[in-house]
Design a protein around this ligand. Structure first.
Ligand SMILES: CCCCCCCC/C=C\CCCCCCCC(N)=O
Length: 548
């Protein structure tokens, strides 16, 4: 028992060689020094953030989306009542969390009136409506980097400020065609490439469980608004964890589908090089039961490529648990509360399903960041390299010089965030030559995981090494996103699941991974975990203060 506890708290001792340990110490020492200076400055400047989110008083806000749709179809409630309830909640919480950056409340209310009229006049019965318009009358929210007609689509880039979408991204169009009513668009990181949702157009988004902490990125506005109970379903995208990190930090569910199932068109920036194979658009929601129907809608005809309707018998699946990445020198060790939460998930699966969860270590995982970085900058099959981050940052066609931009930033003269500038600088330092060693690690990891999961395997893996960090702290731990990013490169579907709260009242969570095209296994496991651990908990409520 003592031995197990020891290895749980100090998991990497055996996994690192001397040089790696030295590197890890040097990096942590340097970052720690910068961090101490930062904290000294931040302590002087930090505003009072002890306020709490007001409690949810309208019971409609605690009904899953598909059930709301049924209630609306059955005329147990009107779409106007539901839409109004969400508008009221957004107006109440958004000044505290800065999650929705542009609303379309009056248009949404008009659309809700039309929906109620249509239902009033429908003579074909409830089934006809359910078939044709499964989301009829239900409010949705959309990440600002997606086109939503009439709404801004800046992706936090000052030079795109004022750009208004004239059409809808295909995934958004499908949700609208199913009857969803968009309430507005939500914040993201600059060019969707950071762990925190902060940019110079809309500012910073806060975590509903603690306003002094990050909502995650890049779909952090979605994460925060959903976590705050001010939206029930939303649209996000993920090329390194941008659905899963915000879902984790804000205690909600999210799914990164198998790539190629949901269209990635109509979002900025468009993926290039090999990136189309790594990015996924997918659902974010408060209730696990909404994941599958939302995925079905967002996938359109591609939904038929997945066995989404087949019954999943969890008792017949093979479960695996990997507690950490085997000790990357760049990445923080996993928080002990997260290790324990994953342990509890394992115990619950074993107790309730009678399965045996096999605990594994995969040494290749410690190269996750290097694998992601190398693959993200690889050319496409015609040899065309991806657009560089500095090119994407270009101000009205004018190329950005990363070091000059950094200099300007020091004097508060840059229109970019420090994170974006840092990424452009890091890109300059990156070698263009792919490393045969990293490529080989990627290939062997891919082979091993695919063989392990097959068509009936499910893997548990930490969502991130830390609980929701304080604002700006990821600047000192920029590689921690590699816990999510590795599955983008492997092209596997992943559901992010909340599994209770930490001692500080912050969401705990776990990633649930399955083989390619086996999204239904992730979604069925997510529903099991929701039942077992209580799913989303209202921030600040007594329910939330019961930790796990
Ligand atoms: C100011 C410090 C910057 C140092 C940069 C170090 C390099 C880190 C590399 C990449 C961080 C990217 C994080 C991407 C997270 C979300 C991506 C997504 N859209 O899914």
């Amino acid at each position: 028992m003592l031995g197990m506890r020891k290895s749980l708290l100090c998991p990497y001792r055996m996994a690192l060689n001397r040089l790696e340990r030295l590197l890890a110490w040097a990096l942590r020492g340097f970052m720690g020094m910068l961090f101490t200076i930062f904290k000294m400055i931040a302590a002087v400047r930090e505003p009072e953030r002890s306020a709490r989110l007001p409690p949810i008083t309208n019971p409609l806000l605690k009904v899953p989306a598909m059930r709301l749709a049924r209630m609306i179809r059955r005329r147990e409630v009107t779409s106007v009542e539901v839409v109004q309830a969400y508008i009221d909640r957004i107006q109440e919480v958004n000044p505290l969390i800065n999650a929705m950056v542009k609303d379309r409340f009056s248009a949404a209310l008009q659309e809700a009136v039309q929906v109620d009229k249509l239902i009033e006049e429908e003579t074909g019965g409830e089934d006809v409506l359910e078939d044709r318009l499964p989301l009829l009358g239900v409010p949705i929210t959309v990440k600002e980097s997606f086109c939503l007609q009439g709404m801004p689509n800046s992706t936090g880039l000052i030079s795109r400020k004022g750009l208004i979408s004239t059409n809808d991204a295909p995934s958004v169009a499908l949700l609208k065609r199913a009857g969803g009513i968009p309430l507005g668009v939500t914040n993201c990181s600059e060019l969707c490439m950071w762990l925190e949702s902060h940019n110079n157009i809309y500012g910073i988004t806060c975590n509903p469980y603690d306003f002094g902490r990050i909502a995650g990125g890049s779909s952090g506005g979605e994460g925060s608004i959903l976590g705050a109970g001010a939206s029930v379903i939303g649209v996000g995208s993920d090329i390194g964890g941008s659905i899963r990190m915000p879902c984790f930090f804000n205690g909600i569910f999210g799914h990164k589908p198998t790539p190629g199932i949901v269209s990635n068109e109509g979002q900025h920036p468009p993926p290039s090089g090999q990136q189309p194979g790594f990015i996924s658009t997918g659902p974010m929601c408060r209730y696990a039961e909404d994941l599958l129907p939302m995925l079905k809608i967002m996938a359109g005809p591609n939904a038929e490529r997945l066995p989404l309707s087949s019954e999943v018998d969890l008792k017949r699946l093979k479960f695996f648990s990997i507690p950490h990445d085997n000790g990357s020198a760049l990445v923080s060790p996993v928080d002990s509360q997260l290790l324990q939460a994953q342990r509890r998930v394992v115990e619950k699966l074993e107790a309730d399903l009678g399965v045996e969860v096999q605990e594994l270590r995969l040494p290749q995982l410690k190269h996750s960041f290097q694998i992601w970085g190398m693959m993200m900058s690889s050319p496409d099959k015609d040899g065309k390299p991806p657009t560089t981050f500095a090119e994407l940052m270009a101000d009205n066609g004018n190329k950005v010089w990363p070091l000059w931009e950094l200099f300007k930033w020091v004097f508060r003269c840059s229109s970019h965030t420090l994170a974006a500038i840092g990424l452009a600088v890091a890109e300059m330092l990156q070698s263009n030559k792919p490393s045969p060693f990293i490529l080989q690690q990627k290939e062997s990891l891919q082979k091993e995981i695919e063989e392990l999961l097959g068509t009936n395997g499910v893997l548990l893996y930490p969502s991130h090494p830390h609980l929701a960090p304080k604002h700006h702290h990821p600047l000192f731990t920029p590689f921690n996103f590699s816990y999510t990013a590795i599955f983008n490169i492997l092209g596997l579907p992943v559901s992010q699941c909340p599994v209770g709260l930490s001692f500080e009242g912050l969401p705990l969570g776990v990633q649930v991974v399955a083989g390619k095209m086996q999204d239904h296994l992730c979604l069925a496991t997510a529903q099991f975990l929701e039942k077992a651990f209580g799913g989303w908990r209202e921030p600040g409520s007594s329910e939330a203060s019961k930790t796990t």
